[in-house]
Design a protein around this ligand. Structure first.
Ligand SMILES: NC(=O)c1ccc[n+]([C@@H]2O[C@H](COP(=O)([O-])OP(=O)(O)OC[C@H]3O[C@@H](n4cnc5c(N)ncnc54)[C@H](O)[C@@H]3O)[C@@H](O)[C@H]2O)c1
Length: 286
């Protein structure tokens, strides 16, 4: 069994990466978003990612612009996913938005189709509960830049079946990816820990203990991390980090997950990190 037509819903940060990865590995992709502008941006980014892939990735397939255009279909109509044999969902980290999308996907997709749910913190079991196919919903925590990350945190919801995990394994094999399977609790392993880290770094900045650069440099130059916590938040998107902290706070009712007021203020000010060109740092337009 191989996957030939995979749907991607949500053409933001992660959706762009997921679509890049599919097209790069010879899989047709239908990319759906509610915004024409976002789809246009996604198209440009995917072409750029694929052009640069052989320069930044060892053993990357070489794919021409014509092949990309042949394999990639952009749409604002969710019904265009109906012929897909697997769907990767990456819409905004907001429960109401995700709930609505899953209810629609459940109606549109063939009953045997599995959905890979890309969320930072929302419980996969909760996502599965709004569908009639909870055994076919599996968490796939793709990380930026998706096509350059060899390993994915995979989350097994309460009802996720072994057959679904096996199908995901087949898809990941086509994409040259490995996985680490964990059980379902909000935030899983990665974000339950990393969001505390990023949030506390913003508190440290808010308390004027150090500049953003010094905070990050301590992690990079003293601990040897590749990126500091504030750079990581900028890469993820400050809105996504804020929404994720809110989900963690609501899920555990533990004050350690309360979102730093400075982080919230930056989101309201539209400074979302790399995707808007300004967050804790400024980013030149490329
Ligand atoms: N950014 C990261 O590093 C990261 C990492 C892992 C997981 N995630 C998770 O992946 C998901 C997507 O994150 P992102 O950073 O790509 O977000 P994003 O804000 O960059 O993109 C979300 C996209 O979803 C679209 N969208 C909203 N409602 C929609 C609908 N009803 N139908 C179709 N499209 C819709 C938006 O227009 C937007 O383009 C989130 O759940 C997030 O928590 C993000």
């Amino acid at each position: 069994m191989t996957f030939k037509n995979v749907g991607v819903i949500g053409a933001g940060n992660i959706g762009i990466g997921a679509a890049t990865d599919l097209v790069l590995h010879g899989i047709n992709c239908v990319l759906v978003d509610i915004s024409h502008d976002q789809l246009e941006k996604a198209n440009e980014e995917i072409l750029k990612n694929i052009r640069f892939a052989p320069l930044v990735l060892k053993n990357s397939p070489k794919v021409s612009k014509e092949e990309v255009l042949e394999r990639l279909k952009l749409s604002i109509n969710i019904k265009d996913l109906s012929a897909c044999d697997f769907v990767i969902e990456n819409v905004t980290e907001d429960w109401e938005i995700k709930e609505n999308v899953y209810k629609q996907l459940d109606e549109i997709l063939n009953p045997e189709v599995c959905i890979g749910c890309n969320t930072s913190c929302i419980s996969i079991t909760k996502v599965g509960s709004v569908t009639n196919r909870p055994d076919k919903i599996v968490g796939i925590h793709l990380m930026n830049p998706v096509h350059m990350k060899p390993t994915v945190e995979v989350i097994k919801g309460f009802h996720t079946s072994d057959d679904t995990l096996e199908k995901l394994h087949v898809l990941f094999k086509q994409l040259n990816k490995n996985s680490i399977v964990v059980n379902d609790m909000p935030g899983f392993v990665s974000n339950r820990i990393s969001h505390l880290f990023m949030n506390e770094a913003v508190f440290v900045l808010q308390d004027q203990v150090a500049s953003a650069k010094d905070i990050d440099d301590i992690f990079k130059k003293c601990f040897g991390h590749i990126m500091g916590p504030l750079e990581t938040a900028d890469l993820i998107g400050l809105d996504t980090v804020m929404h994720s902290l809110d989900v963690l706070y609501e899920s555990y009712h533990d004050p350690k997950f309360r979102c730093c007021p400075l982080l919230r203020k930056m989101v309201y000010a539209g400074q979302l990190g790399r995707k808007t060109g300004k967050g804790f740092y400024e980013y030149p337009k490329v």
